[in-house]
Design a protein around this ligand. Structure first.
Ligand code: GRG
Length: 272
């Protein structure tokens, strides 16, 4: 991962000091670097990593970073990776443009890997955006929670699974794996991505800012019916009436948000 960090530093740079500072803001804050790690690990199934695998890993992490800059603008988030979000620090316009710049940088790095890699990057970008749009359009009004769970998992496959799948696919491709192995690792990583996002959704309810580096309750504030909320909605227990009312739409009132978090944290849905 040292090679990935060094290559990222090299490509995320700019002659304009402000742009260099703002585009390195979240990268400097660290993050788990799960996706580039997956690229390196997938390459180990084949012949191991080289410069191409490192560039693929950097392309994936930069795409992820770009999506975080944009996501925080959309969510009006104030905290990311345990530091002030880019939108909080530099304003929305800069955060959006830095996201665009990082995606451009990612695409430039991936372009060095050939047409197939570029096509995969573009298809992944389409799925990321489509997943995010579908997620954003959830109204919180759920007629059938069981159907809603299936629809929700399909959103997660696009918005989170797609890039994690690509991380493994690049690693396997450039690690020289045969096409069947590339396919198997890609499919496995997409499922892993769905589970990864489910854990992220549960942490939005269960964790505090120190653990997750983000302000908890963001999904509830936006009225997103994530899996903990959907499971709670499958309940016919009259004791859940208040929780169902609170989570029917966005929760703007801080007291109501705190109440919904407390109810959901204690709910059997969170033990499942
Ligand atoms: C500009 C590339 C681009 C995309 C636009 C905003 C958007 C479309 C998509 C958002 C997709 C998104 C933010 C999904 C959430 C994925 C997720 C679980 C993020 C947190 O990932 P971690 O836990 O974070 O790996 P760290 O900080 O550890 O890297």
């Amino acid at each position: 991962m040292t090679a990935v960090a060094a290559r990222m530093d090299e490509v995320v740079d700019h002659h304009d000091p402000f742009i260099a500072e703002a585009s390195g803001h979240l990268a400097r804050a660290g993050g788990k670097r799960f996706r580039p790690l997956l690229t390196l690990l997938a390459s180990e199934v084949g012949s191991g990593w080289d410069e191409k695998v490192v560039d693929a890993a950097v392309g994936v992490e930069l795409t992820h970073l770009a999506s975080l800059y944009h996501d925080d603008v959309m969510d009006e988030a104030d905290l990311r990776r345990g530091v002030e979000s880019a939108n909080s620090r530099y304003g929305n316009s800069t955060a959006i443009l830095i996201g665009d710049l990082l995606f451009g940088t990612a695409s430039s790095v991936v372009a060095g890997l050939g047409a197939e890699a570029v096509r995969i990057q573009a298809d992944t970008f389409v799925r990321l955006c489509a997943g995010q749009i579908r997620d954003d359009r959830q109204t919180g009004v759920v007629a059938d929670p069981h159907e809603a769970v299936a629809a929700y998992l399909s959103i997660l496959a696009d918005k989170t699974g797609s890039l994690i799948a690509t991380a493994a696919r690049y690693g396997a491709m450039f690690g020289g794996c045969d096409p069947e192995t590339v396919g198997t690792l890609t499919a496995y990583a997409e499922q892993l991505g769905i589970v990864f996002q489910l854990a992220d959704d549960v942490l939005d309810v269960a964790s505090d800012a120190d653990d997750s580096g983000k302000t908890p309750g963001a999904d509830l504030r936006e009225g997103k019916a994530t899996l903990p909320v959907l499971y709670a909605r499958t309940s016919s227990d009259p004791a859940d009436e208040r929780l169902l009312t609170l989570t029917r739409g966005p929760i703007e009132d801080p007291d109501e948000l705190a109440e919904a978090l407390t109810l959901l944290r204690a709910h059997p849905a969170m033990q499942q």
